[in-house]
Design a protein around this ligand. Structure first.
Ligand code: NI
Length: 167
């Protein structure tokens, strides 16, 4: 297993649209394990491949309190959605910022697991929000895109300044 480097906004690579995975082989399963390990280490409740500069459609999620319910979704597709929920979202690629975003409150998702088996998941509240947030990453979309451009520019400026200081 290995820890992967997480890209930070406004890195343009975060804007790449991820490609579907044709074949879930051992290489993908190992990458899924690395993605989970990186997410737990960060620590975070979700991480998309796009955030570690791998532009394939795979996300890792675990919203459980004990961090013992890892979920890997490969080629996830939302097939039904209902209701609306507003939560303060954060992102490992946008460290230190939390802003309110509206999402569907309930979703049904079709995906493939790390063993290559298709499954359907009904999710609500935090799990539903987290899956929608991670799936946005696969489209090159970030939660700051839902904010006003003034707010987005402010966050961009502060993060660029921080990244310069760390470099
Ligand atoms: Ni994120």
């Amino acid at each position: 297993m290995a820890l992967l480097n997480i890209l930070e906004f406004p890195d343009p690579r975060l804007r790449t649209k991820a490609k579907p995975i044709d074949n879930v082989d051992g290489r993908i399963a190992r990458f899924a394990d690395d993605l989970l390990e990186t997410m737990y280490d960060a620590p975070g409740i979700g991480l998309a491949a796009s955030q570690v500069n791998v532009h394939s459609r795979i996300i890792a999620v675990d919203v459980s309190d004990n961090k013992d319910q890892p979920l890997i979704l490969i080629n996830p597709e939302i097939v039904a959605r209902e209701g609306e929920i507003e939560t303060n979202e954060g992102c490992l690629s946008i460290p230190g910022f939390y802003e309110p975003v509206f999402r569907s409150q309930q979703i049904e998702v079709n995906a493939i697991n790390r063993d290559g088996e298709p499954f359907t998941l009904q999710a609500e509240d935090l799990l539903a929000v987290c899956i929608q947030h991670e799936m946005d990453h696969l489209e090159g979309k970030l939660f700051v895109d839902y904010l006003s451009s003034t707010k987005r520019q402010m966050i961009r400026k502060k993060l660029l300044k921080q990244q310069k200081q760390q470099a």
